[in-house]
Write a protein that binds this ligand. Structure first.
Ligand SMILES: [Zn+2]
Length: 373
């Protein structure tokens, strides 16, 4: 195995050995700040973690290059989903890297991070001319993009972004993702003794049940999904007509407007059913992920495809129905792509990466960083 390949594996192994659950990314932030500093970046950490009681902020780095043009922005996230403490990367003879089966591996997002660091290292060793670069390592991505939600994008000068946070073969990229609305509905009825005077009560669970029964769940049309994720109602006693019922759910759609319209219709449906029974219904919601669609003629797509062509990779563009920090970057005027980043079966203890894919990703990043157009 080549020296570079061994170093790439070692970097990956080291990064995943660092515990970095969401909002406890302190050690990871320190390691990455050290690495960026060593690679000639000006490094800053914001106070993003404070808003969430976290131990670290988002890490931003800038390095002036030799090639003209605005900087290119590359980004990953520092946090890992649980179970993620004490992760160990085991390299099999077939070149597949897994955890020991008791934790996730952390290839999400350390594959992309390791490839990024190796690409920078090799470009420096080979003394290749390089673009101005901006790197951002976000906190709290796995908690609905909390880090990028509070990042100050006004400092960013890049006009295009590449997030390394997608499953699938290296050489594919996502150009479109949905809006996600998380809602909570509180149905309020009236408590009464279930045996002595049930007719004086207003049954909150029955109201919620009637409304849910009328909802279309799962795929609602081609580009939208709706789900009710949990329902809690009533108290400890079976002899009380339940006064309250709480539901949580979500709407996803490639169209932001349609997601908002669907949410409004769900709110109306519950209000209508509550009204019929003289109860009340209140909806609250948040929109942690905003839909984006990067056009095919955007510079990020063209740059990605040029690099893929050099390496004989497909350069295929896909849609995703999951979230990534790209949503917040696009929302702040820095559109781009989410690149497949050598990670599979993420968010499970079977998560893995492949050495060949890590190397391919490194090569792809090197080409993009040297791209003149
Ligand atoms: Zn991720």
């Amino acid at each position: 195995m080549s020296v570079k390949r061994e170093r790439l594996i070692e970097t990956f192994r080291h990064l995943v050995s660092i515990d970095a659950p969401s909002f406890d990314e302190r050690r990871m932030a320190d390691v990455l700040k050290g690495e960026l500093g060593r690679l000639g970046f000006i490094v800053e950490e914001d106070e993003g973690g404070k808003a969430y009681g976290g131990t670290a902020g988002n890490v931003y780095g800038f390095r002036k290059g030799d090639l003209p043009g605005p900087p290119l922005l590359f980004s990953t996230h520092m946090d890992t989903v649980e179970p993620a403490k004490g992760k160990r990367a085991l390299l099999g003879e077939d070149g597949r890297i897994t955890s020991d089966g008791t934790t996730v591996l952390g290839a999400d997002c350390m594959s992309g991070t390791a490839a990024l660091l190796e690409a920078l290292e090799e470009l420096r060793e080979e003394e290749r001319p390089c673009r101005d670069l901006e790197l951002v390592f976000f906190i709290g991505e796995e908690k609905h993009l909390k880090g990028s939600a509070v990042f100050d994008f006004s400092r960013v000068r890049a006009q295009e972004s590449y997030i390394l946070d997608l499953t699938g073969p290296v050489g594919t990229a996502a150009y479109q993702a949905p809006t996600l609305v998380n809602f909570e509905i509180e149905v309020e009825g009236r408590a009464a003794h279930a045996g002595l005077s049930p007719e004086t009560g207003i049954h909150a669970i029955a109201i919620a049940a009637r409304a849910v029964a009328q909802m279309k769940l799962g795929h609602v049309g081609e580009d939208m999904t709706v789900n009710i994720g949990a329902i809690h109602g009533g108290g400890a006693n079976s002899n009380i007509v339940p006064e309250r019922c709480r539901l949580i759910g979500e709407v996803r759609s490639y169209s932001h407007e349609q997601a908002m319209e669907q949410t409004r219709q769900i709110e109306e449906l519950f209000q209508e059913e509550a009204g019929k029974a003289r109860g009340k219904s209140r909806m609250t919601f948040e929109v942690p992920i905003h839909a984006y669609c990067t056009p095919e003629d955007h510079s990020s797509v063209r740059r990605f495809r040029r690099a893929c062509e050099c390496l004989g990779l497909s350069g295929k563009l896909v849609k995703t129905f999951g979230g990534s920090d790209e949503s917040n970057l696009s929302l702040h005027g820095i559109p781009g792509l989410v690149l497949a980043s050598a990670m599979e079966l993420v968010h499970s203890c079977q998560e893995y990466t492949e050495v060949s894919e890590l190397s391919r990703l490194t090569e792809l990043l090197k080409l993009m960083m040297q791209d003149k157009d």
